[in-house]
Design a protein around this ligand. Structure first.
Ligand code: EZ4
Ligand code: CO
Length: 408
């Protein structure tokens, strides 16, 4: 059996997604997610122009060999574009292998070690009343863990705070607008650091001590600022504080760690195990945020999470709406089969997205399950996809009050 066809499908049901579909000479198909928010066409080209031609005629069963061939064979290693493209190939091959085996992918990965995956959703509000309303809504939806983001007095629209009505609170607040250039937001670290602890205090007072609460700092602090925030949030018992610094400098986390017991999660923008080497071996974090989609696929994610497991570090895979339902399904199969699963981020996709991607995964009583269809359990409806052509969209850019560009 050989790989006969490799198609790259770009579709935009509310937001852009890049999907690779491989077809074998026996007409078995596998899909993989290659979506890189705001840089989608670069990955589509990497696949279309450079990887697809290399895949034709290859044995789809040789997943590890193909992975190494694309990673080492490309000479230029790592980076989000490369690793998203390789991820799509890897996941599509696992989908095919599981279909050939006649089992859901998690069975092929060793079988379920839990009944379902604890998922967290995104509650947000420009102010406390709107935040509380959003938390109530997430509790009604069955979420048993909730991320909290709010506006900061004096600042305008911010990362993580859904604009508009209750529909808007659900998803797709980023990229907020489809513009030819990114929109810009204003940022003031001191105002943020003053405000956040009061938000968590208010949420704990209203919703009690039990509900697991998370928060995303989105790379905006220096190590000493992050240390202070972690310390000031300790009374509110966070599940994690995410991406507290731009963690390219892994050593910076030593300083944060020395000062706070608030658990730390890092890595949604990382793309290989090497980005975590110091963080893991020195136990500077508690959760690995990488997504299957952005880290080269299921094969390297499994290695990364096995490595993390040696240090009692758990998974906390990235699951925003810019990871497609294909990428989400891959995360769920892997999460169900590994011992050191921690939590899965789960923002629900829009109806338009779910019309394009036919999925078998479920969310009930706070837990995700990938379903029991053979393979990944996701198919892309090409006719539905064709109705949503690509539309350029950018993530916003942050500026400090004096105009300096800051991490968004
Ligand atoms: O901003 O995926 O934890 N989740 C996040 C996301 C990221 C987006 C960027 O495309 O930080 O919302
Ligand atoms: Co994040």
């Amino acid at each position: 059996m050989e790989i006969e066809r490799a198609e790259v499908i770009v579709t935009s049901p509310g937001r852009n997604f890049v999907t690779l579909r491989l077809t074998t000479t026996d007409q078995v198909q596998g899909v993989g997610d290659a979506t890189l928010n705001g840089r989608e066409l670069a990955v589509a080209s990497y696949l279309q122009d450079h990887l697809c031609p290399l895949l034709i005629g290859r044995d789809p069963q040789r997943i590890e060999d193909i992975w190494q061939y694309l990673y080492r064979g490309g000479y230029w290693r790592r980076g989000p574009v490369t690793m998203a493209a390789i991820a799509a190939v890897d996941v599509a091959l696992w989908d095919i292998k599981a279909k050939l085996a006649g089992m859901p992918l998690y069975q092929l990965l060793g079988g379920a070690v839990r009944t379902g995956l604890l998922a967290y959703g995104h509650a947000s509000g420009a102010d406390l009343p709107r935040l509380f309303e959003s938390i109530e809504k997430h509790l009604e939806l069955g979420y048993r863990a909730i991320r909290i983001q709010t506006g900061v007095p004096g600042l305008g629209p911010l990362y993580g705070v859904a604009a508009g009505d209750s529909e808007g609170t659900r998803y797709d607040y980023e990229p907020a607008r489809r513009t030819m250039v990114p929109t810009e937001e204003a940022w003031d670290t001191r105002a943020y650091l003053r405000h956040v602890p009061s938000v968590f205090e208010a949420v704990r007072n209203k919703f009690g001590p039990e509900l697991p609460l998370l928060h995303d700092v989105h790379h905006r602090l220096t190590p000493i600022q992050a240390a202070r925030l972690g310390k000031s949030l300790e009374p509110f018992d966070l599940f994690w504080m995410e991406d507290c610094t731009p963690a390219e400098n892994q050593e910076a986390l030593r300083l944060v760690r020395r000062h706070t017991t608030t658990p730390l999660a890092i890595g949604e923008v990382f793309n290989t195990v090497w980005d975590y080497q110091t963080l893991i071996t020195e136990q500077l974090i508690d959760y690995v945020r990488s997504a299957v989609t952005h880290t080269g696929g299921i094969s390297p994610m499994r290695r990364l999470l096995d490595f993390a497991g040696l240090y009692q570090i758990k998974s906390g895979m990235h699951g925003p709406t810019d990871v497609s339902p294909v990428g989400m399904a891959a995360a769920m199969h892997l999460g169900l089969a590994i011992h050191n699963f921690g939590i899965q981020e789960y923002m629900r996709h829009s109806k338009a997205t779910m019309d394009v991607f036919r999925t078998s995964y479920t969310f009930a009583e706070g837990l995700l399950h990938p379903g029991d269809q053979v393979g990944l359990g996701v198919e892309i409806d090409e006719t539905a996809a064709a109705a949503y052509p690509y539309a350029g969209a950018y993530l916003p850019v942050n500026r400090l009050l004096d105009g300096t560009v800051h991490d968004w």
